[in-house]
Unconditional design. Structure first.
Length: 160
């Protein structure tokens, strides 16, 4: 895949030999929908195949009681049709931005650019069965998440 992307967009998309510069690729694909579609046509089949293998491994393992898909494009890619329940994790824009600045180096413009390529958050929220408000520390959020997972498990797997 590295060679394919370098042939499409030049060596400038490489951080080092054989290593992609994700920021440069993001600049290309979020500025041009045709290039984003081109990238997705390459990556999405690979991601689908890997996800299917991981899900099948979970299904085949008796100890696995649930499989969680963590996907920012859950609805856009129609993965919601494979889910028994959808959980929307809600956070204020400033909190999301601060986390993304810290973990990925994004600024306001980068967050906006990426969110414009997705279904709006209110629609995602309305299409979800559960909402978890992510406005606290991990220790404070853990009971909220545990309760939602307990509810889902009791609804989907009532006999367990």
């Amino acid at each position: 895949m590295v060679q394919t992307l370098a042939s499409w967009w030049g060596e400038g998309v490489l951080e080092a030999p054989g290593r992609l510069d994700r920021r440069k690729i993001a600049e290309i694909v979020f500025a041009d929908p045709a290039q984003r579609t081109r990238l997705e046509s390459l990556t999405h089949p690979l991601i689908r195949a890997r996800r299917a293998a991981i899900i099948q491994a979970g299904v085949d393992e008796p100890a696995v009681v649930a499989i969680v898909l963590d996907s920012p494009l859950l609805f856009e890619s129609r993965l919601d049709t494979q889910c028994d329940r959808i959980v929307f994790v809600e956070a204020e824009r400033l909190d999301r931005l601060e986390r993304l600045r810290r973990t990925r180096g994004w600024d306001d413009a980068e967050l906006d650019r990426r969110e414009r390529c997705q279904i709006n958050l209110e629609e995602k929220k309305s299409r979800s069965q559960f909402v978890i408000r992510n406005d606290a520390s991990p220790d404070q959020l853990r009971p909220r998440v545990t309760e939602v997972l307990r509810q889902i498990q009791s609804e989907v797997l009532p006999s367990r």
